[in-house]
Design a protein around this ligand. Structure first.
Ligand code: 5RP
Length: 221
């Protein structure tokens, strides 16, 4: 089957992430097409791991289909490694995530993990975050109020229509935000009442970035 270049790059990054898995790990697993490639690779070494903690119902289902035990984070304890994709990444290891709407559980599993290995194709590597609309998970009753607050921050929030998160909330995708200081903006948006999570992963960004490119996988750390 002929694959487009970015799919090949995602697949290569996902395969490279397997090198970060150790025997007996309970692996934190992200969400999205790149994370799916990682799950498929993880299945090949499933005899070496003790299980996985998933950041979404979709990833949990895929892991189970491969016969990998899916564990509750509360029972798994702190994790050694979390592997997930991103919508945008910088060389400062700051990320935008949440294109698939799983940002809250992704942030929880990332926080619970010692090492966050982010896997992506080359198109995701950017100089400055913000061309990709920033996803914000919001409690439904706070939608309009949060949208007004995000507008005051200079963005143009748009409701992701027909979508509800695994937690039963809505997503506002914020266009045209000037994200000069990702750590500060993450904090500012998280402080708006009604915001569950902002898809900026800056305070706790990636520890390792594996970027699939035309000539192999580049490792940034
Ligand atoms: C899901 C995410 C994904 O990691 C992000 O959207 C990238 O997805 P893909 O690997 O399909 O490009 O944050 O909430």
């Amino acid at each position: 089957m002929n694959q487009n270049p970015s799919e090949k790059q995602k697949q290569a990054a996902a395969e490279a992430a397997i090198n970060y898995i150790e025997n007996g790990d309970i692996v934190g697993v992200g969400t999205g097409s790149t994370a799916n490639y990682f799950i498929d690779n993880l299945a090949k070494i499933k005899g070496r791991i003790d299980g996985a903690v998933a950041s979404s119902d979709a990833s949990a289902a895929r892991l189970s289909r491969h016969g990998i035990e899916v564990m509750d984070l509360n029972n798994a304890g702190p994790l050694r490694v979390y592997v997930d994709g991103a919508d945008e990444a910088t060389r400062h290891m700051h990320l935008i995530k949440g294109g698939g709407g799983a940002l809250t559980r992704e942030k929880i599993v990332a926080e619970a993990s010692e090492k966050f290995v982010c896997i992506a194709d080359h198109s995701k590597l950017v100089g400055r975050l913000g061309s990709f609309p920033l996803p914000v998970e919001v409690i439904p009753m706070a939608r309009s109020m949060v949208a007004r607050a995000l507008t005051r921050l200079g963005g143009q929030p748009q409701l992701r229509t027909g979508f509800s998160t695994d937690n039963g909330n809505i997503i506002l995708d914020v266009h045209h935000l000037d994200i000069l200081n990702p750590v500060e903006m993450e904090q500012q948006i998280n402080q708006i009442p009604g915001v569950v999570t902002v898809g900026l992963f800056a305070r706790r960004g990636a520890d390792i970035l594996l970027i699939g490119g035309q000539s192999g996988v580049e490792t940034l750390s």
